[in-house]
Design a protein around this ligand. Structure first.
Ligand SMILES: NC(=O)c1ccc[n+]([C@@H]2O[C@H](COP(=O)([O-])OP(=O)(O)OC[C@H]3O[C@@H](n4cnc5c(N)ncnc54)[C@H](O)[C@@H]3O)[C@@H](O)[C@H]2O)c1
Length: 335
């Protein structure tokens, strides 16, 4: 694999880890990120500082909405692969600031599609979310399930970007894979996510907010498993010409376009996840039980067998081990 890889959201949690792994393999990576202040910019800078130590890494600070700058940096770098991970994430904030989501996730992704078409990219991988399954009640979620009932504006913008990408793939033959992530956690994680906030509050002796009395589960997926799945997928661009037929494939009948789940495929109840944090932090946690959060999905569980068939994806990290690694990083980073 000698590809030049362009990663949007490279100072973000998943983008940073993906870029670092590719650089470790000796590949050339260009990162693009606005470094916005949705959460602690120092953390984004610290991730970026690690990447800039690699001679094969270059970076442009910019917004996806800045089409001129985005196009200029992509034309100059001339990647064969684009991994589009920049997005306005978070369910709760999308209630407060829906426009940020409209701009970053829909307009921003549209700008990526246009330039990907222009440079005839070999594979465009777009980060999406398990939240597009919304109110679905059939578990585990499969890529071929209907996704018509999003519960948050965030999820609606991710689903819209998927649809827009399909139309572009069909019109212009752009090979696109949509990757739906399931609750990604781990070192260098996102401070707006529950496990990060829990850790911070527990260490400060504060109560943690537990929604729906903890009666919900998530398919928590460790970052290293996610990165290994993304990297395995790079060379597996969907194609309409291939005669290989895969059982239960989600490939479009009209475009080189496929949707794939990427999860740990295990049901972890919120209270078990918290218990594991309690053990790792050696502290008794004080909980404040609250009703279900507006916009939040009840539970998530992925069927990731398609990604396994296509790219040999094989998530290995048990949540107890993953939490231990996260806590070790957290204690070291914030010491
Ligand atoms: N982490 C998860 O559990 C999870 C779950 C489902 C989906 N996702 C998706 O995965 C992708 C990466 O998420 P993450 O967890 O790394 O989030 P993150 O917030 O850590 O990273 C996103 C990065 O994109 C940048 N960004 C945001 N809007 C931008 C814009 N308009 N222009 C340029 N840069 C912009 C941010 O500065 C940030 O560094 C996103 O598409 C997200 O929706 C993540």
């Amino acid at each position: 694999m000698k590809s030049k890889i362009y990663i949007t959201g490279s100072s973000g949690f998943i983008g940073f880890h993906t870029a670092k792994k590719l650089l470790d393999k000796g590949l050339k990576v260009h990162g693009y990120d606005s470094m916005n202040n949705y959460y602690d910019v120092k953390l984004k800078k610290a991730r970026l500082n690690i990447l800039t130590k690699y001679k094969n890494f270059s970076f442009t600070k910019g917004m996806l909405e800045n089409k001129k700058l985005l196009n200029k940096s992509i034309l100059k770098f001339s990647p064969s692969i684009i991994i589009h991970l920049a997005a306005q994430a978070g369910v709760r904030y999308s209630i407060e600031k829906p426009e940020e989501y409209l701009n970053s996730n829909i307009l921003g992704s549209f700008n990526i599609l246009n330039i990907a078409h222009k440079i005839k990219v070999k594979h465009l991988i777009i980060g999406s979310s398990s939240s597009v399954y919304g109110a679905n009640k059939k578990f585990p979620f499969k890529e071929t399930d209907k996704t018509d009932h999003q519960l948050s504006f965030y999820a609606a913008t991710k689903k819209s970007a998927e649809s827009i990408a399909h139309s572009y793939s069909s019109l212009w033959g752009i090979p696109i894979t949509i990757l739906r992530f399931f609750t990604v956690y781990g070192p260098w994680g996102r401070p707006d996510m529950a496990y990060f906030k829990f850790t911070k509050n527990i260490l400060n002796g504060k109560k943690i907010d537990v929604y729906n009395k903890g009666k919900m589960y998530r398919d928590y997926t460790y970052i290293d498993d996610i990165v290994s799945g993304i990297i395995k997928l790079i060379s597996k661009a969907p194609s309409l010409n291939k005669k290989i037929s895969i059982k239960n494939d989600s490939i479009s009948p009209a475009a080189p376009f496929r949707i794939l789940n990427i999860g740990n495929t295990k049901k972890i109840y919120l209270l078990d996840f918290i218990k594991s944090l309690e053990i790792e932090l050696k502290k008794k946690i004080k909980k404040k039980y609250l009703p279900m959060q507006k916009g939040d999905v009840h539970s998530t569980l992925s069927d990731s067998s398609l990604l396994k068939k296509i790219a040999g994806y094989n998530p290995k990290t048990d949540y107890n081990i993953g939490i231990k690694k996260f806590v070790n990083w957290y204690m070291d980073y914030y010491k």
